[in-house]
Design a protein around this ligand. Structure first.
Ligand SMILES: Cc1ncc(COP(=O)(O)O)c(C=O)c1O
Length: 380
């Protein structure tokens, strides 16, 4: 990179604060002065506003704010009474949190391979393990497909297979806020949907936060109790719970950011379209577009066996990239050798981990930053 080139970061959560600084500062001030800092009016309002955003045009949703996306998954499993003595199916090509949450709930993870076009759970392998579960594991009670990078899993086939097997489908929508399938938002298909609201996500707090959503009011009430010591009534634990409350400052900030979420997703799609156009003559293949799916472009992911070289060349042209994810969960020290894999043995997962890299993508990128990335892509 020469001295005059400025680096385009791969993500820039500070830019999202600067873009709405006045409203966010006012929201924080409002909470500071209210004297109520955890699970209060801001949390209730955010849950209602998020549920309305998610459920618009479909069934009403009940949303429960919590401390982070990992806890959202744990709360979903605990709400469904899925824990010790149950197997939960997910993928190895995901944030480690998805797998960690299954173990935090006391259940046994079973990791399937991905479809190499979408990077999401291979629906054929799911159908096969639901029909003939691997021996030696507890019964399968839930499936957590991850809508990775903003892409949608093949929910139509997965839901049919889960319904037939009597297994709950929990959507991990942490990377796909605003993506749609058949015009309907992801997070409205499964029994429960879990969202991380980590600062870099499509809807991100300025700290940790998460939210769980379901159309089942009883389940939502249970999850709401479990997130605070199992209380339905103050100081009386009706259920065995945890502490995973959402704080009022984050809820107030998220309310501000929710107002620009749709516009931000539109901007993400616009940047992705610019990258697609820049790659027209390249041997690098843009992310798959699936019929009926509107990708939410949390990440714009390319793959190449020459990844290291391409990342270095991009960096020299002022373009930062990241790798999501460099090592499959089942190869990481904490999990290697002790986690069950599906019959496909996660071969596509391992190949993807060796080749994928993510371009800069956040809504506040300026047109000139987008142009800088496009010019660099064209010269690869
Ligand atoms: C797919 C996925 N699931 C779960 C999580 C966990 O979210 P958090 O970091 O908010 O606990 C993340 C965030 O990294 C994620 O990307």
């Amino acid at each position: 990179m020469n001295a005059t080139t400025t680096l385009v970061p791969q993500a820039d959560p500070g830019a999202s604060y600067r873009a709405q600084k006045a409203e966010i500062d006012a929201a924080i001030q409002r909470v500071l002065e209210s004297g109520w800092y955890i699970l209060g009016k801001e949390d209730v309002a955010f849950e209602q506003e998020f549920a309305a955003w998610l459920g618009a045009g479909t069934q009403p949703q009940h949303a429960v704010g919590c401390a982070n996306g990992t806890d959202a998954l744990v709360l979903a499993l605990r709400g469904l009474r899925v824990g010790p003595g149950a197997t939960v199916v997910t993928v190895s090509h995901t944030a480690v949190a998805t797998v960690a949450a299954i173990e935090m709930a006391g259940a046994t993870p079973l990791l399937l391979d991905i479809d190499p076009d979408t990077y999401c759970m291979d629906p054929d392998e799911l159908i096969s393990v639901l029909e003939s579960p691997p021996p030696g594991l507890p019964p399968i009670k839930a499936v957590i497909p991850v809508h990775l990078y903003g892409q949608a899993c093949d929910l139509t086939r997965m839901l049919a297979a889960c319904d037939e097997a009597g297994v709950a489908l929990i959507e991990d929508v942490s990377q796909a806020h605003g993506a749609t399938l058949g015009g309907r938002k992801l997070g409205t298909f499964g029994k429960i949907a879990c969202f991380s609201l980590y600062p870099t996500k499509n809807l991100g707090a300025l700290g940790d936060a998460g939210i769980v959503s379901t159309t089942d009011a009883t389940l939502a009430a249970d999850i709401g109790a479990i997130r605070q010591y199992g209380w339905r009534e103050r100081y009386i634990s009706d259920l065995v719970g945890v502490n995973s409350r959402l704080d009022e400052i984050q809820a107030a900030i998220l309310r501000v950011k929710l107002t620009v979420l749709d516009a931000n997703i539109a901007r993400r799609r616009q940047i992705a379209a610019a990258y697609d156009a820049a790659l027209v003559e390249s041997d690098l293949v843009p992310p798959a577009r699936v019929d009926g799916v509107e990708h939410a472009f949390h990440q714009y992911v390319l793959r190449s066996p020459r990844r290291d070289e391409l990342q270095a060349r991009l960096r020299a042209m002022g373009v930062a990239t990241s790798i999501h994810y460099p090592l499959p969960v089942h190869r990481q020290g904490a999990y290697a050798g002790r986690i069950a894999l599906g019959p496909a043995g996660c071969q596509e997962t391992e190949a993807a981990a060796r080749e994928v890299f993510s371009l800069p993508l956040y809504p506040e990128m300026t047109d000139s930053q987008v142009a800088q990335v496009c010019a660099a892509l064209k010269s690869l």
